[in-house]
Design a protein around this ligand. Structure first.
Ligand SMILES: *Cc1c(COP(=O)(O)O)cnc(C)c1O
Length: 391
């Protein structure tokens, strides 16, 4: 019997090593990894340049403390600000921590303006993490059930609905921020109308609220731009990152700009591990390789092609509701729960995920080649057709 706490219904497979977009299990079987540890392994597995840089960093310095200056961390902050146009960065170790920082920042911003019960607007079907504050912000009862009392200070509205936000604005005092995913990941790869973020920006500006974008899943090249908001002309006040930032080494970040800049002062927030030399090197080298190897353009091009292929091959199949997403963040929604496709795909040497019960989710690493994308199509499409033909 396992001594691990029973927090995951784990699949019966153990991997020993990987190379590029491939993983091998303890029996020597090979799998095409179209999930990348849930959008984490930006550069696939065992990327030679990342491996070399991390090995060298481990030999020099793994951890000092945020009581001292950390050069690698400052370089990551510089790079993230250069790429995003944001102004300052707090480094942490995960997505929920990045969002905790954002929530704390919004509350402090409100309190500094004399708002004593600052409230944040959050969305239905949102996912922001599993700490108490972030599970309270999450729009999924399964994540919250049993952990009441929830953290107060959130009001929930439907996603992609600007009128709902305007109504809250009219009836709820003490709003300080809107926290939203530019594309909902766990919620089922839901992409809002192209005018949604622009509309949110306008409402936030009218009320001096912070626009806080959770780009933990959709950021860092996944959609074909560095950040999903860059498909629009707006800038957020706060943006959170994690998953793909360190290519597998835990790193998260909370970025601020505009009216959110300068909110935190020494003593307001911290993290023992956050942005240590090893984690920061992982982020720096990941960003550097993404830039040098032009992985954004690649993700945009390959993602467009993959989506078209899925639309052609599955669009007309009865039971396929939609093929959605942007870049290498794709979802295939079926008209019934389809969790069993995960196991079928695995038996066929392919790793995918199902989210929101009926959405097959694909988050391949940004180094996926066209040949490998073709292999993904060749394995997955017949499985979906067979699954839908049952009964
Ligand atoms: C995964 C995810 C999180 C939580 O990240 P953890 O690293 O698991 O804490 C938060 N927001 C979004 C959008 C995510 O996809």
């Amino acid at each position: 019997m396992s001594h691990l706490m029973n927090t995951y219904a784990r699949q019966p497979v153990t991997f020993t090593h990987g190379e590029g977009v491939w993983l091998w299990d303890v029996n020597g079987k090979r799998y095409l990894d179209a999930l990348s540890g849930i959008a984490v392994n930006t550069l696939g597995h065992a990327h030679p340049r990342l491996t070399a840089a991390l090995s060298a960093q481990i030999g020099r310095l793994i951890h000092t403390s945020n009581l001292y200056q950390v050069r690698e961390q400052e370089l990551v902050a510089d790079k993230l600000c250069e790429l995003s146009g944001m102004q300052e960065v707090f480094l942490c170790n995960s997505g929920c921590e990045a969002n905790e920082a954002a929530i704390k920042l919004a509350r402090l911003y409100g309190n500094q303006r004399g708002i004593d019960t600052p409230t944040i607007i959050v969305m239905e079907k949102a996912f922001h993490g599993r700490t108490l504050a972030t599970l309270s912000a999450t729009g999924n009862r399964k994540v919250q059930a049993g952990f009441e009392p929830l953290v107060k200070g959130f009001v929930r509205v439907p996603y992609d609905d600007l009128d709902a936000i305007r109504q809250v604005a009219a009836h709820t005092p003490n709003i300080v921020a809107v926290l939203v995913e530019p594309i909902q990941g766990e919620g089922g790869i839901r992409t809002p109308d192209i005018s949604y973020l622009q509309g949110l920006r306008k409402i936030c500006d009218e009320h001096e609220w912070l626009l806080m974008l959770d780009e933990v899943q959709c950021g860092l090249g996944r959609t074909g731009k560095w950040f999903a908001f860059q498909h629009t002309s707006i800038m957020p006040d706060v943006m959170t990152l994690a998953k793909g930032l360190g290519s597998g080494v835990p790193v998260g970040a909370c970025l601020a700009a505009g009216r959110a800049t300068g909110t935190f002062k020494p003593g307001n927030h911290g993290s023992t591990f956050g942005g240590n030399p090893l984690a920061s090197t992982a982020a720096l080298v990941t960003l550097d390789i993404m830039e040098q190897d032009q992985l954004l353009a690649h993700a945009a091009k390959l993602g467009t092609w993959l989506k078209q292929q899925f639309q052609t091959k599955l669009g007309g199949v009865k039971g396929v509701v939609a093929v959605r997403g942007q870049g290498l963040m794709l979802g295939i929604e079926l008209d019934k729960p389809c969790g069993e496709i995960v196991g079928k795909a695995r038996e066929n040497g392919l790793l995918v995920n199902v989210t929101a019960d009926n959405v097959i989710r694909l988050l391949p690493s940004l180094i996926f080649s066209e040949t490998e994308a073709q292999q993904l199509l060749d394995i997955l499409c017949p499985l979906v057709v067979d699954f839908l033909a049952q009964e």
